[in-house]
Ligand binder design. Structure first.
Ligand code: BDP
Length: 710
């Protein structure tokens, strides 16, 4: 029974040594020794892992590495299942696996405690090797979050087929809307130098189920499609492949003109189609499992098929035909609005795309941002969700916090993601949630996906702060299972990142869970949006009114005047509400029935109108601003109380950042009030503080070097 022991060197199992003990490099994969009364030692003293593919070996190594850390000793690597062993296998590598795998697809996994010849064994099984990887990580997650490992019977398969990061990384090393340093892609030294960080990136993504990455900015340069850059992308693809991760590229519509001197980029021109076919073939020669293209076209100055009087579907289908023979897909973004279109910006994507439903090729997904404007602290769900039943819609969330405090604010995005995914579109009656639109179950789509704009950079801690790592983590977990709760995910993350001790996890999770709402309160309460500074989008500037394009100006969005504030999107205004299914539209037509959190998104409301609290709108606004600031003050106190339980380095970073957040929350509040008061002409409600400075002081602030600004 006892098999030959394989030699296992722990050295190969340790993640690239961090420069400092707890600088955040290890993310949620710290694999600290668990205090579980021997739970893990009993169940994971040995590992049987017969698979020999690169992915099966990666799964084995990750499991060994994790167990070595969590259990404090490397498990034995054995050839046959034995008492207290984990058996990590697919039916191909172990035909006698005692677990049913039907319905789990290639990426799903089963984890089961079984008894074999009187020996208790934990089976981690999957149809495909990627499933083994996900199963191995799932097992470690259970062990490291304190779950019992005695009687496991888990089956899990991803609800979304494509679970992608979108990097807005430029070839010069900058990252559009990146707040975690320079790009992690060292384009210049690729393909020769493939630093260890790429492997750790892949491991981190695989651990949360992410299976694809778009390497370059949606505002793409055509250079990405030249031979040298294809070779660089291929080098990255080689590193990522064992971890189940495919690479994709953003493409610039006019690449055939820029790179090969074609006279047009008209998608219906045969020469253009032939160019893309040849380009696709060239890419697939270098990257046989290349995922496909992401396209931003006819949006914010980017060229596109509309320049040739063709539709988005014409453009998407031409590219789709080029990658189709190779099994590739096209993700066509619906983030479009035009300066010469006087209609409400929130309506334009729907107006452009809804009529195209049913016209897209079967390897095209339309990628839609969670809301109709642009990743604001809160947006109602995008009206396209549920409105294009014959087209697979892919969700685009923003993990990087362009509008939510950038790198320093602790604003956990789990609740934002969850709120959108659980929103009911009523497209096919009650229960037609956004999650069911994008996971394909509502309309029976097989091609499904979700993308998150990455918050990853070259900073040691990857994401610009320890707490921003939780947003990356939450995105991956929800991409796998959009029904998970943001709170459960925060618990998992905190347990793996800090400690399983309830004294640590409980207060950290409590801080996280209210933090996004606090940011909404101090930035854009009650449905306000897009009131940030121009260009860098850092800090408040609701007074801006003179930019060339109307929809670049905050005043366009809040429409504050002497009477009140808010954007009338009902029949008397832009009638954007008509883009929602009738039950939703009906609710939104009435300010009294509109959820108060979205009130000013849909209605222009008088300063003295009564809120549910009994306050007037003006007083209520101020109470929201104050609540947001007070929440940050409370987070600072909670965090200070955690000093004995958190290592000095991560404690200090978070403490300093909470200090910045507190100062900036007050700034948001004060600047917003100072400006809106010039219109409302209402006094501060009793017991509230007047803004610290006058409006001109706030207007005079300038931030020429704010990061992330293209
Ligand atoms: C906005 C960003 C801009 C992006 C654009 C997009 O400000 O930098 O290029 O979205 O998604 O949020 O294309």
């Amino acid at each position: 029974m006892f098999a030959r022991l394989f030699c296992w060197t722990v050295a190969t199992a340790v993640m690239t040594a961090p420069a400092l003990a707890e600088d955040g490099y290890d993310l949620w994969l710290r694999h600290e020794k668990v205090r579980d009364g021997g739970n893990l030692a009993r169940h994971a003293a040995a590992v049987v892992a017969p698979g020999r593919s690169a992915t099966a070996l990666a799964a084995r190594d990750e499991l060994m590495r994790g167990l070595a850390g969590a259990n404090g000793a490397a498990p034995a690597l054995v050839e046959k299942p034995m008492n207290g062993a984990i058996w990590l296998a697919t039916p191909a590598s172990a035909p006698d696996l005692p677990v049913k795998l039907d319905g789990l697809g290639e990426e799903g996994y089963a984890i089961r405690s079984v008894t074999l010849d009187g020996q208790s064994v934990t089976v981690i099984a999957a149809n495909g090797d990627a499933g083994l990887l996900y199963g191995a990580y799932a097992y470690l997650r259970l062990a490291e979050t304190g779950a019992s490992l005695d009687r496991l019977d888990i089956r899990s398969a991803p609800r979304m087929k494509l679970r992608l990061l979108n990097h807005w990384d430029n070839l010069d090393g900058t990252v559009e809307r990146g707040y975690a340093g320079q790009s992690i892609w060292d384009w210049w030294r690729l393909p020769d130098w493939k630093g260890p960080r790429y492997t750790d990136y892949a491991r981190a993504n695989a651990s949360i189920g992410i299976n694809g990455t778009v390497l370059n900015n949606v505002n793409a340069r055509s250079d990405s499609l030249t031979a040298p850059y294809i070779a660089k992308a291929a080098a990255l693809a080689d590193v990522f492949r064992p971890y189940g991760i495919k690479v994709y590229l953003s493409v610039k519509w006019t690449a055939p003109m820029e790179l090969s001197g074609l006279r047009t980029a008209d998608p219906l021109d045969p020469a253009v189609a032939a160019w893309w076919k040849a380009k696709a073939a060239e890419i697939y020669r270098a990257i046989p499992d290349f995922g496909g293209f992401l396209v931003k076209a006819n949006s914010e100055g980017q060229p596109g098929p509309q320049d040739y009087k063709r539709t988005h579907a014409d453009g998407a289908n031409m590219l789709a035909a080029a990658v189709k023979p190779h099994g590739g897909i096209v993700m066509w973004r619906a983030f479009v609005y035009a300066h010469d279109n006087p209609d409400d910006r929130a309506k334009q994507a729907y107006s452009d795309f809804k009529p195209l439903d049913g016209q897209f090729a079967d390897n095209v997904l339309v990628q839609v941002k969670n809301g109709a404007i642009d990743f604001q602290p809160r947006e109602p769900f995008h009206p396209l969700f549920g409105a294009m039943p014959r087209t697979p819609l892919m969700m685009e969330f923003q993990i990087t916090k362009e509008y939510l405090g950038q790198s320093t604010h602790l604003t956990y995005l789990g609740p934002l993601f969850e709120e959108t995914l659980k929103s009911d579109t009523f497209a096919r009656g009650k229960g037609s949630t956004v999650a069911r639109v994008i996971d394909g179950s509502l309309e029976g789509h097989k091609l499904t996906g979700i993308a998150g704009v990455a918050n990853i950079g070259a900073d040691r801690d990857w994401s610009g702060s320890i707490f921003n790592q939780a947003d990356w983590y939450a995105f991956g977990r929800l991409a796998w299972d959009p029904d998970l709760s943001a709170e459960a995910i925060a618990r998992e993350w905190a347990a793996q990142t800090f400690s399983t001790d309830a004294k640590v996890v409980d207060p950290i999770v409590a801080m996280m869970m209210g933090s996004r709402e606090a940011a909404v309160d101090y930035m854009t309460p009650l449905g306000l949006s897009h009131v940030m500074g121009t260009g860098h989008h850092y800090g408040p500037a609701p007074w801006i009114s003179e930019l060339a394009r109307p929809e670049w100006n905050p005043v366009y969005y809040h429409k504050a005047d002497a009477q009140g504030i808010g954007f009338d999107r009902t029949k008397t205004g832009s009638n954007a509400i008509a883009q929602y299914a009738p039950p939703v539209a009906k609710m939104l037509a009435d300010p009294k029935k509109t959820p108060e959190r979205d009130l000013l998104w849909f209605h222009h409301v008088g300063w003295d109108a009564k809120l549910k609290s009994g306050d007037t709108l003006w007083n209520g606004l101020i109470r929201h601003y104050d609540a947001g600031v007070a929440y940050v003050a409370a987070m600072r106190r909670t965090w200070d109380g955690l000093r004995p339980h958190v290592d000095a380095e991560r404690f200090a970073q978070t403490q300093a950042f909470l200090g910045i957040q507190h100062r900036e929350a007050k700034w948001w509040r004060d600047a917003s009030i100072a400006y809106f008061q010039t219109l409302s002409k209402r006094p501060m409600p009793p017991g509230t503080a007047a803004p610290e400075h006058d409006l001109n002081w706030y207007k005079s602030l300038a931030f020429p070097y704010a990061p992330g600004n293209p």
